[in-house]
Design a binder for this molecule. Structure first.
Ligand code: AHR
Length: 498
């Protein structure tokens, strides 16, 4: 019988899986911030100081480690001073980039940092290089993080916040090769050097300066940035979206697709590995010590919007296919944990590959959410040396690996093995050899996420159609565990020393 063979060296740790790989991204785009997160204190939807409680509880459950805000393309049009002070006196503007809707600035710096405090996650602020000034960026950092007496710190206190916040992650621009100013890499590299000079460290707050990195495979951008500004940055970003269709004009439906689109989506997902390898090779030339981190601060599926929804709102459904896209991405990020220090799925609620969808007072958790929940055990764990010889999944003469596997060990010595079976029809027979346990006994338990249909998804009327269940299809002979993975499934196995 065909099988996939996995060998896990349980006593060889290859590095640490930074918990920030499980990060998120929130933008003033469509219904992400307004309705998805912020409903205001007077809303009938139960909330904590304006932030909806159901979404808060769901995000706490998956242990969001870091949240990026306010964009995206919105960040390079955002003027933070419009979003502080009494709500009624904040400026109303047009969100020109996303749907031309009114933006009343009710969700600003204080509200975002409150959200991060409630989630116990780290904030990651994207600063405005495209249409903002150096002074504006510099004063934002002073406003948030300066402890002493200064115009900005005093203004923060007058606006109700005595103590400065801790803000470690700060992005100097977003997509400056595109919506952030259409710059050439040489020009942006110079601007980066200038702007970052005034992004100051105040007191104990140490900023991790993040440069805008390349779009997909723009290796020239990476080369120029590393050469001209590498020594002045702590990290550089990378954006890559999985677009199933042949073009941005024809991305394909989130729910109405066949096996060809299924196959292509998962094939395109794996491209993330090639991109990280090639960009890392360039970074290695300028930073062999790997001091500069790679931050994939936008990734995920980008489908056509849901029929009838505002095209500028990027609202899409989320199926078992998206869940597999998430699982495979995490495995790729784990493998590159020596360079990839953070990743932020786009976006947290109601936009692109969201973990949560809302409709008025109703909320649902997507299949992608469940992958974040199942995989949270990998956060900050040690990546274990794993070798996988997978069967092939073939469609129309093209093939890619059927099973993707990653394993980690946490501080308590528990081993977690996550597995994705991308074949929508066939079970994967997987034989996992656990080396290095030296005869120690162990217990096994597991959970799996699967669906009957390739496009299985949750709706507001059937919110639990795709949700994790206990995984029982395993047996054991000594240090070898046999698993039977359901077609199109994501599985998490826990090995607990007895
Ligand atoms: O996530 C949606 C958009 O995609 C972001 O605003 C932008 O940075 C990227 O092009």
């Amino acid at each position: 019988m065909m099988a996939t063979y996995v060998t896990i060296q349980t006593d060889i740790e290859k590095g640490k899986i930074n918990r920030n790989i499980y990060g998120h991204f929130s933008e003033h785009l469509g219904r992400c911030i307004y309705e998805g997160i912020w409903v205001g204190e007077d809303s009938p939807i139960p909330n904590t100081r304006g932030i909806r409680n159901d979404v808060l509880a769901a995000l706490k459950q998956i242990q969001v480690p870091v949240l990026r805000w306010p964009g995206g393309c919105f960040a390079d049009e955002y003027h933070w001073k419009d979003g502080v002070g009494p709500l009624e006196s904040r400026k109303t503007m047009i969100n020109t980039h996303w749907g031309g809707v009114l933006e009343n600035n009710h969700f600003g710096t204080h509200e975002f940092l409150l959200l991060c405090e409630l989630l116990a996650c780290e904030p990651y602020i994207s600063g405005n290089v495209g249409s903002g000034t150096v002074q504006e960026m510099s004063e934002w950092v002073e406003y948030m993080t300066f402890d002493g007496v200064s115009p900005m710190a005093d203004w923060r206190r007058a606006n109700g916040r005595e103590e400065p916040w801790n803000v470690r992650f700060f992005g100097v621009g977003n997509e400056n090769w595109g919506c952030g100013g259409n710059m050439r890499p040489e020009y942006y590299a110079d601007l980066y050097r200038r702007y970052q000079t005034y992004v100051r460290n105040y007191g104990t707050n140490k900023i991790h300066r993040i440069a805008c990195g390349p779009n997909v495979d723009d290796y020239a951008w990476m080369e120029t940035l590393m050469k001209e500004a590498g020594r002045m940055m702590d990290a550089i970003s990378l954006h890559y979206y999985t677009v199933p269709g042949p073009s941005w004009q024809d991305k394909g439906s989130a729910t109405d697709f066949g096996e060809e689109e299924w196959f292509v989506t998962l094939e395109k997902t794996r491209r993330m590995d090639e991109l990280i390898r090639k960009h890392s090779a360039i970074m290695d030339q300028y930073d062999p010590e790997k001091r500069v981190g790679l931050i994939v601060d936008e990734w995920g599926t980008w489908h056509d919007v849901e029929p009838g929804s505002n095209p500028g709102f990027l609202y899409q459904q989320n199926t078992m296919r998206d869940a597999l896209v998430a699982g495979i991405h995490f495995h790729i990020f784990h493998e590159h944990c020596d360079r990839v220090e953070m990743a932020n799925i786009a976006q947290v609620v109601n936009v692109l590959q969201s973990v949560i969808l809302t409709e008025g007072e109703r909320m649902l958790l997507t299949p992608t959410y469940h992958v974040f929940d199942m995989f949270k055990v990998h956060q900050d764990a040690a990546l274990l040396s794993t070798h996988t010889e997978s069967e092939w999944y073939e469609v129309n003469g093209r093939k890619h690996q059927m099973t993707s596997v990653s394993a980690s060990k946490d501080d308590a010595g528990r081993i977690h093995i996550s597995l994705c079976n991308v074949d929508p029809h066939a079970e994967a027979q997987v034989s996992v050899e656990l080396r290095g346990l030296y005869g120690n006994d162990f217990h096994i338990r597991g959970s799996e996420l699967t669906s009957t249909d390739m496009n299985g998804h949750n709706t507001f009327d059937q919110p639990d159609a795709v949700s994790p269940r206990e995984f029982k299809a395993y047996s054991r002979e000594g240090d070898v565990v046999q698993l039977r993975l359901a077609p199109k499934s994501v599985t998490m196995i826990e090995i607990v020393p007895a």
